[in-house]
Design a binder for this molecule. Structure first.
Ligand SMILES: C[S@@+](CC[C@H](N)C(=O)[O-])C[C@H]1O[C@@H](n2cnc3c(N)ncnc32)[C@H](O)[C@@H]1O
Length: 236
């Protein structure tokens, strides 16, 4: 998501984090995220501008949560299940890849339908949760921009809530997917961008939100389970 849009749409929990938390991010994550800050904001941050600092904290809200408080994300993911209609629409394959797998909300379904599942996720805390829960899954630390997976390995390359229309990422998803394989993005950013470029977009009835503690609404805003499935077959 664009920096300004991420800052504008940050949930109320952004106030929980401070500039010091940004410095606590692992170095690779810090570099990756700071590369998205527009040059004008970089200059304002260097000058100590409080409005630029607020934009930074807002824009980094999700990153700060995934990396510094992974259990919080995990609790939200558990009250926002993936709709059964989305899972049923995915092809059953031998080799599946989950990109930006988090603590395994989607991976868990892939594991039940596939012999081999690889999960790629940059947050070490989330990978640890996933490994504990899904020991059969090969979970690797990594980024969608340079997937640690060989060309054509995956018959189903999936991501849930993790990706958007980024040319580098889309090239990587295509690279790791075999000919005739499927790329399936659940709730990507800007589904209309994909539709306009020939991807199949289906909107389904979302799963029912699970009963949950009030802090989840206060921190993340109202839960909103995934509802879009965006797919494309890699041509032979
Ligand atoms: C909304 S969470 C979804 C997690 C999981 N797919 C699920 O459905 O529960 C987004 C996930 O994408 C990961 N992520 C963010 N940027 C990424 C990138 N560039 N490459 C790979 N994963 C990324 C985050 O660390 C986070 O775990």
């Amino acid at each position: 998501m664009e920096y300004a849009a991420a800052a504008a749409s940050a949930p109320p929990g952004w106030r929980h984090f401070t500039r010091r938390d940004i410095d606590r991010l692992p170095a690779a994550v810090h570099r990756h995220e700071m590369s998205k800050v527009p040059p004008e904001d970089v200059r304002m941050l260097e000058a100590g501008d409080p409005s630029a600092e607020e934009r930074l904290l807002r824009a980094m809200f999700w990153t700060l949560t995934y990396h510094l408080e992974p259990e919080r994300w995990d609790q939200l993911a558990q009250v926002e299940p993936v709709a059964p209609a989305i899972i049923e629409a995915l092809p059953a394959v031998a080799r599946a890849l989950d990109v930006g797998a988090g603590a395994g909300r989607l991976t868990h379904h892939l594991e039940q339908r596939s012999e081999h599942v690889v999960a790629v996720e940059p947050s070490i805390g989330l990978i640890q949760l996933l490994r504990r829960r899904l020991p059969r899954v090969h979970a690797i630390a990594g980024w969608a921009e340079s997937l640690p997976v060989r060309d054509g390995w995956s018959q189903l390359t999936a991501a849930c809530g993790a990706l958007g229309p980024d040319a580098v990422v889309l090239r990587e998803l295509a690279r790791v997917t075999c000919e005739g394989g499927v790329i399936a993005l659940i709730n990507p950013e800007e589904p209309e961008w994909f539709e306009a470029r020939g991807w199949e977009v289906n909107e389904v009835a979302p799963a029912t939100v699970k009963p949950h503690d009030r802090w989840i609404d206060e921190f993340f805003g109202p839960p909103d389970p995934p509802r879009f499935l965006v797919t494309k077959m890699k041509e032979r």
